[in-house]
Ligand binder design. Structure first.
Ligand code: ATP
Length: 443
C-alpha cells in the first residue's frame, strides 16, 4: 500500500472506531487528553476477547503457568532494585524555537522535525509517573505507577511457587495496566501513556535459558497466527547490542507491519537472573529455588514474553479492515477471527410482522445465554448486513416466512456473504463450532 493509502487507513480506522463505539478519545467533551483513549461497548468486548484468548493459551491450557494479579503501586525500592529509577529513561531533545519535545533516537537530523528549529543536547528523561502515597506530598512518600507488570511477578516468585507446588521450569502470567510518561505518544492506541500488558515470566535453570528462549519465541509468534493475523505481516526483529535493555542478555521483538511501518508488538527477553538477584540484594530476602531432585539451590533465569493489549487490538483492527465493491457500492467489513469478534451473531426478522420478530427474539434470548448476540429489526435487510459487516460480526441470522413454516433460518457468513439454511435447533451447535477458540491444549 502507498503512504497516502496507509494514512488514509489510519484515519478510516479512527473514524470507524469512534462512530461504531470501539474507541473514543478520553475526556472528549473537555477537548480530550493527549494519548488517552476510552474503550466503548464494542472495544471492551474485543479487548476482553483478546485477553481471554491470551489467558487461555498461557494459563488455562497449560499446567506449567500460574496466574497473578499484583497491585499497580509497589514499594518504591522495587524500582531501585529493578534499575528503573536509574535506567528507565529515553533521550529527550527540546526544540529551542517551537518548544516541542522529541525522543532523540526518533529524530533523524539535528533540526526540529516540526519547525526546523535548533534542538538542544539530548538529556535523559525518566518515563515513570510519580505520585505520593497518603496526604503528605514529600519525598519519603513518593510512589510510582508501574511501568511494566513484570516486577509484580518477580517479587511474588516464591509466593506463587510454594502454594502451587510448581517446579522449575514454570511461569507466572499477568494482565494489567502499566504507565509510561512517553515523550512522543501517538499513532492512535499504538503508543499511549496508560496501557495494558499481557506478560509471562518463565523461570528456568540458568543452563537452559537459550533453549526456553527459542521455545517461547516460536510459541508467541504462533499465537498471533491463531489470533488470525496475516502471517506475511509478522516478523522477528533481533535486538542488536546497542538496543538491548539494561536487564537483557538477548531480545527479539515480534513486529507487525502497521500502516505507519514495521513496529514492535511484543518483546521476548532473556532477563537472566538480573531481576531476582537485584531483589535479593535490595530486600535482603532469599529468592533462590531449591531443586529437590539434585539438591541444588540456584537463582533461576527468566524468559519474559511481554505483549501490549492495546497494540494487539490495533493490530487486529488494522489487519481485519477490508473494503470491496459490491454491485457498485463500497462494502466495509472487519474480518476478525470469529473467536475475537465483539458480537458473534446478529439476528434479524426479515420484516416486522407475521410473527417474525417474536421468533427472532426467541432465538436471540436462547443464544444470548451462551454468546454475545445482537437483535436488529430496523431498516432494509441489506443495510442491517452492512452495519454488522462494519463491526466484524461473523454471522447474520435471518428469520423469514419460511422460518415460520419449517423452523429454519438463513445464516449469512460475513466474508463470503454466502448463505445457508440451518434448523433453529442446530443454530447453537453451529455457532459453537464456527467460533471455537483455535488450537488444542498446549499446541
Ligand atoms: P517501544 O520500543 O515501542 O517503546 P518497548 O520496547 O519499550 O516498546 P517493552 O518494554 O518491551 O516495550 O513492553 C512490552 C510491550 O508493551 C510492547 O511490545 C508493547 O506491546 C507494549 N507497550 C510498551 N509501551 C507501550 C506504550 N507506550 N503504549 C502501548 N503499548 C506499549
Amino acid at each position: 500500500m502507498k503512504k497516502n493509502q496507509n494514512d488514509n487507513l489510519m484515519d478510516k480506522l479512527v473514524s470507524l472506531c469512534k462512530r461504531r463505539g470501539f474507541i473514543f478519545q478520553s475526556s472528549e467533551i473537555y477537548g480530550g487528553i493527549n494519548s488517552c483513549w476510552d474503550y466503548g461497548p464494542l472495544g471492551v468486548e474485543l479487548k476482553k476477547n483478546i485477553k481471554e484468548f491470551w489467558w487461555k493459551h498461557m494459563v488455562v491450557w497449560r499446567e506449567d503457568i500460574e496466574g497473578l494479579d499484583a497491585s499497580i503501586l509497589m514499594h518504591p525500592k522495587v524500582w531501585e532494585a529493578s534499575g528503573h529509577i536509574e535506567g528507565f529513561t529515553d533521550p529527550l531533545v527540546d526544540c529551542k524555537q517551537c518548544k516541542q519535545r522529541f525522543r532523540a533516537d526518533m529524530v533523524k537530523s539535528d533540526r526540529c522535525p516540526s519547525c526546523g528549529g535548533e534542538l538542544t543536547e539530548a538529556r535523559q528523561f525518566n518515563l515513570m509517573f510519580k505520585t505520593h502515597m497518603g496526604p503528605v506530598e514529600e519525598d519519603a512518600n513518593v510512589v510510582f505507577l508501574r511501568p511494566e507488570t513484570a516486577q509484580g511477578i518477580y517479587v511474588n516468585f516464591l509466593n506463587v511457587q510454594k502454594p502451587s507446588r510448581q517446579k522449575i521450569p514454570f511461569g507466572i502470567a499477568q494482565i494489567g495496566k502499566a504507565f509510561r510518561n512517553e515523550i512522543t505518544p501517538g499513532n492512535f492506541i499504538f503508543r499511549t501513556r496508560e496501557f495494558e500488558q499481557m506478560e509471562m515470566q518463565y523461570f528456568v535453570k540458568p543452563e537452559e535459558d537459550e533453549k526456553w528462549f527459542e521455545y517461547w519465541k516460536e510459541k508467541r509468534m504462533a499465537w498471533y497466527s491463531y489470533l488470525g493475523i496475516t502471517k506475511e505481516k509478522l516478523r522477528f526483529h533481533r535486538h542488536g547490542k546497542d538496543e538491548l535493555a539494561h536487564y537483557a542478555k538477548a531480545a527479539f521483538d515480534i513486529e507487525y507491519e502497521f500502516p505507519f511501518g514495521w513496529h514492535e508488538l511484543e518483546g521476548i527477553h532473556n532477563r537472566t537472573d538480573f531481576d531476582l538477584q537485584h531483589h535479593i540484594k535490595y530486600s535482603g530476602k532469599d529468592l533462590s529455588y531449591f531443586e529437590e531432585q539434585t539438591h541444588r539451590r540456584f537463582v533461576p533465569y527468566i524468559i519474559e514474553t511481554s505483549a501490549g493489549v492495546d497494540r494487539t487490538l490495533l493490530t487486529c483492527l488494522t489487519d481485519a479492515y477490508s473494503e470491496e465493491e459490491v454491485k457498485g457500492d463500497k462494502r466495509v467489513f472487519l474480518k476478525f477471527s470469529p473467536h475475537i469478534a465483539p458480537i458473534k451473531a446478529a439476528i434479524f426478522p426479515l420484516v416486522k410482522r407475521d410473527g417474525m420478530p417474536e421468533l427472532a427474539r426467541k432465538i436471540v434470548n436462547e443464544l444470548r445465554r451462551k454468546t454475545n448476540v445482537f437483535y436488529d429489526e430496523s431498516g432494509a435487510i441489506g443495510r442491517r448486513y452492512r452495519r454488522q459487516d462494519e463491526i466484524g460480526t461473523p454471522f447474520c441470522i435471518t428469520v423469514d416466512s419460511q422460518s415460520l413454516e419449517d423452523r429454519t433460518v438463513t445464516v449469512r457468513e460475513r466474508d463470503t456473504m454466502n448463505q445457508e439454511r440451518i434448523a433453529i435447533t442446530k443454530l447453537s451447535a453451529y455457532l459453537d463450532e464456527k467460533i471455537e477458540v483455535p488450537l488444542a491444549k498446549n499446541g
